[in-house]
Design a protein around this ligand. Sequence first.
Ligand SMILES: [Fe+2]
Ligand SMILES: [Fe+2]
Length: 286
Amino acid sequence: MVNPTAVAHDGLTIEDEWSGFVAGRYREGKSQAEFRNYDAAVVPTVAEFYKINHQLQTLDFVLEKEKEYLALKKGRMSVWEAAEFLNTLVDDSDPDTDLTQIEHLMQTSEAIRKDGHPRWMVLTGFIHDLGKVLCLYGEPQWAVVGDAFPVGCAYSGKVVFPEYFAANPDSKVAEYQTECGIYEPNCGLGNVHMSWGHDAYIGHVVRDYLPESALYMLRYHSFYAWHQQGAYQHLTSEHDREMLSWVKLFNPYDLYSKGAAKPNVKELKPYYEDLIAEFFPDKLDW
Ligand SMILES: [Fe+2]
Ligand SMILES: [Fe+2]
């Protein structure tokens, strides 16, 4: 039995280790065996994080969080306010090497911009992790970050650390452990409850303002088992499969822009204020 509070205290203390782990794990061209070797060698805090995440992300938990957060009753904030709010989260023990949340967002969006992608996609890069404000509402890290996976159906072996699902109470519920579980075959990801985290939240906050390709990038950017490993095809619709290319297009900007030079947030701010105003009203419901 793991102690949920052991790594689930406030802040994003495992965030750097976790994102480094994800970048290494999903380096292109890895075989399943290499994935397993990589996972086995991982730092204990990341393994401990997934142990708790896989144990506690039950269907009931997800339904409760969807009800709580998708009603968007937490308050009204502009996108820039949310980014600054998120920035307060970082406890930088080494400010020379660690990126703040805004710096990670801008590195992602600047890399997208440099490659000449449309403005909506630059903006998507800039906002993709704003759902992490969940941490500031007191959600533990296992309910905010990490690889996402469907709940209410059998777990794929392609989800990171699949062995930890044995401790999830849902693994004892027969109805949830058939291939499709509570879902119809090829029902579409929009009908599937994903483990609760920052992806679903930000995707919902901006759902009326960005093109669907952007919403897919936001909602599924942590669903690595699907977008990198091709798992859960039996739940996807034809439309999901069409949109997958957008999710895949986005992923390297999130994972691999971190080595680039630190963006000058102050200098870039006016560009982003214009970009935000082009798509969003002054305040959004969160
Ligand atoms: Fe993210
Ligand atoms: Fe990110």
